[in-house]
Design a protein around this ligand. Structure first.
Ligand SMILES: Nc1ncnc2c1ncn2[C@@H]1O[C@H](COP(=O)(O)OP(=O)(O)O)[C@@H](O)[C@H]1O
Ligand SMILES: [Mg+2]
Length: 400
């Protein structure tokens, strides 16, 4: 067969596949029943959105750029397959993600607009951040100036401080989970590993992203909010130096380095920047910066001496780096995803899902009208995101 013939056959094959996928998508929107357990005039379902692009892909499903038909606004839709969520024992994590997201009102934290479900999938509709992942920009820029990193880390510190004030530990800080708005301000997203703890409580699940794990987690010890301050130290290092401090391709070596490795700095970092990194990367969580008065410890640090925190909170301190957000809405997202065909494939609810139908009863939500869900820990799973892998292994408390 000639090259041309081969290409023709391949194109015809692709076309048939696309048609089939589109039919399936239509079927999903037409035939599926969507539930939204909210007493509201506006019943929002998949039918209210046009699916535009794939923005990212996690282990439970994908995140798509969508446009709401009535107000023409863009949103990011995180779609989770119930089957994957159940199979990986992540039901409680997913419910916690929905419940925590729903209560957030902070300039540097993601806002949930709608949540609904079909028999096979869960849908979270979030504000769309056109600037893309900080990870994408770090890869492109290699590293940032201390001035830019100061704004990013300052804004994230405020976000973490607010979460901690709600008794939520975030546990998955990394540049993949930080998005940029068109002005270059940051927004923390992905509450898949966030956990509610009571004041003074500790938790001992093993989760997070290897590069960003605190030594007490690596050692399997109970941990608390201080793990977020450790990962903030890793973030400041990675943003200003270009790689995380204890990086190794061999994960066991990386864990050894996190527990015992020497912290080394390139010559170009300023003293206050090095000092803040050293104070955040204190291996003793009781002495770590942030453990005395939480975010106030970080705000009082010499690295932030010139920062007016009220201005920072009002997004009035501009980083000296802005994403180029002209034209294509998804231009700043990884083409590995945005090249993908746009579809929300029809998935028949499996027996596994049907048997667990009650698990997602309270999921649906609409901004302004909330409902409660309980939040206990689930167990065991490993996920892969665009850049770094996220690990989550919780002790099995269900006895199942
Ligand atoms: N609100 C959003 N705006 C723009 N992109 C988003 C948004 N939410 C998620 N994304 C993209 O999708 C990716 C995966 O979403 P995330 O919530 O982190 O899921 P996962 O739990 O699979 O890591 C993100 O890293 C980001 O690239
Ligand atoms: Mg993520």
């Amino acid at each position: 067969m000639s090259r041309e013939e081969r290409k023709k056959r391949y194109d015809a094959f692709l076309e048939a596949l696309t048609k089939q996928a589109q039919e399936e998508e239509g079927k999903d929107a037409k035939e599926q029943k969507f539930t939204q357990l909210i007493p509201s005039e506006e019943k929002v379902t998949l039918r209210d959105f046009l699916l535009k692009k794939v923005l990212g892909r996690g282990s439970f499903g994908k995140v798509m750029l969508v446009r709401k038909k009535d107000n023409q606004k863009y949103y990011a839709m995180k779609i989770l397959k119930k089957e994957s969520v159940i199979a990986r024992n992540q039901v409680e994590h997913t419910k916690a993600e929905r419940k925590i997201l729903q209560q957030l009102q902070h300039p540097f934290l993601m806002t949930l607009r709608y949540a609904f479900q079909s028999s096979a999938k869960l849908y979270l509709v979030l504000d769309f951040y056109q600037g893309g992942e900080l990870f994408f920009h770090l890869k492109m820029m290699k590293r940032f100036t201390e001035q830019t990193a100061r704004v990013y880390v300052g804004e994230i510190a405020l976000a973490l401080g607010y979460l901690h004030s709600l008794d939520v530990i975030y546990r998955d800080l990394k540049p993949e989970n930080i998005l940029l708005d068109p002005q270059g301000h940051v927004c923390l997203t992905d509450f898949g590993l966030a956990k509610e703890v009571s004041e003074g409580d500790q938790t001992n699940s093993f989760c997070g992203t290897p590069e960003y794990l605190a030594p007490e987690i690596v050692a399997g010890k109970p941990h608390d909010k201080a793990v977020d301050w450790w990962s903030l130290g890793i973030l400041l290092y990675e943003l200003t130096v270009g790689i995380p401090p204890y990086y190794s391709q061999n994960i066991d070596v990386m864990y050894q380095k996190i527990e015992k490795g020497v912290l080394r700095f390139p010559p170009f970092l300023s003293e206050p920047c090095k000092e803040l990194i050293i104070d955040l990367l204190n291996r003793n969580p009781a002495n770590r910066c942030g453990s005395r008065d939480d975010v106030e410890d970080i705000k009082a640090h010499a690295f932030f001496a010139d920062v007016d925190w009220n201005l920072m909170m009002e997004k009035k301190i501009l980083p000296d780096y802005q994403p180029e957000v002209r034209g294509d809405q998804a231009a700043l997202f990884d083409s590995e995803f945005t090249r993908e065909k746009v579809q929300d494939t029809f998935v028949q609810a499996s027996t596994l899902v049907n048997r667990n139908a009650a698990a997602f009863e309270d999921f649906s939500f609409q901004q302004g009208i909330g409902i409660g869900v309980n939040n206990d820990s689930g167990n065991g799973e490993q996920t892969q995101s665009n850049g770094l892998a996220t690990i989550s292994q919780e002790p099995d408390t269900t006895g199942a």
